[in-house]
Every structure is written in C-alpha cells, then in structure tokens.
Design a protein around this ligand. Sequence first.
Ligand SMILES: N[C@H](Cc1ccc(I)cc1)C(=O)NO
Ligand SMILES: [Zn+2]
Ligand SMILES: [Zn+2]
Length: 291
Amino acid sequence: SYTIDNQSVVTPMLSQMQASNIGQTIVDLSAFVNRYYTTTGGVNGSNWIKDKWTQMASGKTNVTVEQFTHAGWPQKSVIMTIRGSDNASEVVVLGGHLDSINTAGTSENTSAPGADDDASGIASLTEAIRVMFANNYQPRRTIKFIAYAAEEVGLKGSAEIAKKFKTDGVNVVGVMQLDMTNYKGSAKDIYLFTDYTNAAQNTFVSNLITTYQPSLTIGSDSCGYACSDHASWNAQGYPTSMPFETAMNEDNPKIHGPGDTYANMGSQANHALKFARLGASFAVELGSDGP
Ligand SMILES: N[C@H](Cc1ccc(I)cc1)C(=O)NO
Ligand SMILES: [Zn+2]
Ligand SMILES: [Zn+2]
C-alpha cells in the first residue's frame, strides 16, 4: 500500500544527506575517460561502483553486493541487495545506469564523462544508501539498488535483468529510475514522467515529495519513447516511476558528449540532493511494509 507512515525514520535520514557527498561521487565516476559498455573505462567504472558499494556494506550481514554478468558485452551491472526481515519475498528496486556514451563515437579514449547522464543518478542512489546504513535501517521488504550497464545502447542491461527477474518470478512491488538528476534546466524541481510508468505509483511518488520535501515543485511530462531503464521493468509488467531533472524540452544539452561534466553543472549537486532524498523516502516507505 502507498501509505506514508515512516516519518520518524525518514525525516532524520533526509537531514543527514549532503550534496557534497553526491558531488564527490559524480567527480569520481566522471573521471573515467568514458564508461562505454565495451571499453576498459566501462568495465572499470562498473568495478568502481561494486567496490564502493561493497565498502559501504561492510559489516552489514543482511547486505550483499554482486556484479551481474551480461551475455553479450564486458561491462557488468552492479546489484546491491538489502535482505528484508519478515517480508523479504517482496522486492523494491531503485536504479540508475553506470554507462556513458559520446554519440560522436565512443572508443577506448573518447571522452564521455557522463557526469549528469548518469553519474548523477548513481551518486544520488549512493547517498541514499549511505544514510540508510548510517541509521541501521532494516527493511521488512527486500530493497535492491541496481547500477545498470549498457543503457545508452538500448537499455540492454536493464532489459536482461528485468527479464530474468520476471522469469524467476521475483515479486517486484515497485521500481524507481534515477537517470539525470543534477541539471536544473526547468522552472520546477522534479518532473514525473507519465509514459512507461505506473500512474498509481507516480501519485505515491508525488505524495512523497509533498510530504518530505514540501518546498519542491512538481511537474509532469512524457518522453515519447523508452527513454531509460524504467521502460525495461515496465515491459515486464512491474510498476515504475521516473522522476527527471527537467521538462522534456529543456533537458541537459551537454549529454552524450565531452561537455557532460560536473563543472558544467556548476560544480555542485544541490539538484541531485532532491532526488537522493526522494530515493531514500521511496526506499524506506515501500521497504517498511509488512506482508
Ligand atoms: N534519452 C535519455 C535521456 C533523456 C531522457 C528524457 C529526456 I525528455 C531527454 C533525455 C538518455 O540518454 N538516457 O541515458
Ligand atoms: Zn541516462
Ligand atoms: Zn543518455
């Protein structure tokens, strides 16, 4: 159910979240020359996230971090699983993609920093993970954080993962995608996309924002095509939401090229912090529901 009733857990977490932490992760991830799905940088970027999330999980007996090996290319996806206590069969998924692309042609040494697209989403998720662990949060449902490989080349990583979850009969109760969270290009703060998503869950997400971040303004828009990994989950019949950084026609003009850098976003992560907080509230409110 989409009841919002965990304020005592969520509110302290949100106040502990810091834009500076998000910014550091964006800097670290966008330092690889590129994270294209077939290059050394692409493989190293995946390993960097796996190592970071593994370090963050150290000492947590209910947490595992694994890499998902894809059939047709070398870049692996990264999956962190926080096992639920008494409702572990129901799964909440939050994701972003770890790959980047330079549409002028991505080879070993082509620059594709992907700071906004999508280091910002990975960084937002990572800050949510940090505060959930710092507060020793134990969900009743299982929560999975996923950094997808090969999104830019046709949502390939998430398509393979979502299909496997469906084949294995995993009961995913909700999916949130964070793809581009740090470029404030529009008047409103968070735009909820209506296509390839679930309307009821989008209402819940909107209520999360008004409850936990009441000063933020909410917009609505549509991509018009399968514009990120939420579409892979939607295709398998799972409920998804895609909170996006801008309105459709005002998206970051620097993406998919050498100019998608942290510096070109003002070397600050204040916009991404809103999405990190939304991710944490989504994870805790859905993750705390019993059977
Ligand atoms: N196409 C998406 C980004 C994207 C998503 C929505 C809109 I509107 C504009 C741009 C992408 O490149 N994801 O990696
Ligand atoms: Zn993206
Ligand atoms: Zn992209």
